[in-house]
Design a protein. Structure first.
Length: 90
């Protein structure tokens, strides 16, 4: 699978697991520093923020970390393509 295909599949899994995935817009246009990708838990909800300037590899790592930490039970019973399973186990 191509990295962009893996990212799209990982986004679907994250959303199915109940994680709220949000893109981080381009703050550079407003003269502000661009935040990086990361995970935030707020009032029991998990938000995965993906920065548009981060490479796909970093976005994948953030998604995999969020899934391992916040949706491990969901992943146990889910069939995943080998490329995704490898990222989640790494």
């Amino acid at each position: 699978m191509e990295p962009s295909q893996i990212l799209a599949a990982m986004l679907d899994v994250a959303r199915d697991a109940g994680l709220e995935v949000r893109p981080v817009g381009n703050a550079l246009d407003a003269g502000l520093p661009q935040p990086g990708s990361g995970v935030v838990k707020l009032k029991g909800r998990v938000f995965v923020m993906l920065s548009s300037i981060d490479p796909v590899a970093i976005q994948l790592r953030v998604l995999a970390d969020a899934l391992r930490e916040h949706a491990a039970d969901f992943l146990e019973d889910r069939h995943l393509p080998p490329a995704l399973r490898e990222l989640l186990e790494g």
